[in-house]
Design a protein around this ligand. Sequence first.
Ligand code: GUN
Length: 281
Amino acid sequence: MPQIIDGKAISAQIKDELKEKVASLKEAGVSLCLAVIQVGNDPASSVYVGNKKKACAYIGVDSLSYELPEETTQEELLSLVADLNGRADVNGILVQLPVPAHIDEDAVIRAIDPMKDVDGFHPQSVGALCIGQKGFISCTPAGIIQLLKRSGIEIAGKECVIIGRSNIVGKPMALLLLRENGTVTVTHSKTKDLEEVTKRADILVVAIGKPKMITRKYVKEGAVVIDVGIHRNENNKLCGDVDYDDVAPICSAITPVPGGVGPMTIAMLLQNLVESAAVMR
Ligand code: GUN
């Protein structure tokens, strides 16, 4: 049977490391604060935002919560972001996505001071990653690198295939695997013969957004499979983009859903926040 990559345990370990760092920063007179903004009351966003605030409290950092009504204008949101950019007591600013359709998401992302962009979504953060300079890194792909490293999985020289080319996962994932000296291929909805490409992968990162799409016919025997998807199946149980029961028996390591990639995103958000004080300033 494969190695089950335990994102819950690895994220708990990272949060405990961060808790210690926060305590020593506090002793040195540095305190940290994350501002979290949610516009509207999408139930899934409310759960994510709640978990982010809880995780802040766990490691000993403050959070400021802004729950704005659905009809908030873009101007009002940008004005709040500008206020938070100017506050010396706020280290990180997170606007939970998606924002309502009448607000331009890109304009909001661009408005956040790159020094406080703990999501790593600002074009300056993405550009810095692209050319190997210091900056915040998008949390889900950064979490995947930690999962691989902390599970003893070598990336250098490996054939890495990513399914999905989103700005938040696929593209930064490609840059990070490249930085770790992987040989990287990004596939997407227009890729011809997906199966032929994914079967080359030593490390396969799946971020398609389709429940259980990846069966063993897409996977080389002995591959490491990382599943970024999260869905509810017909029985209301959580499942990923990978058909776990079909794929697990033939791979060397795999992330479960839940308990794989998911818990790492918040751990990396906290890591970015702690770095904002310890490194960036
Ligand atoms: N919506 C879904 N995932 C994320 C995330 O990582 N950050 C933000 N800001 N919004 C999200």
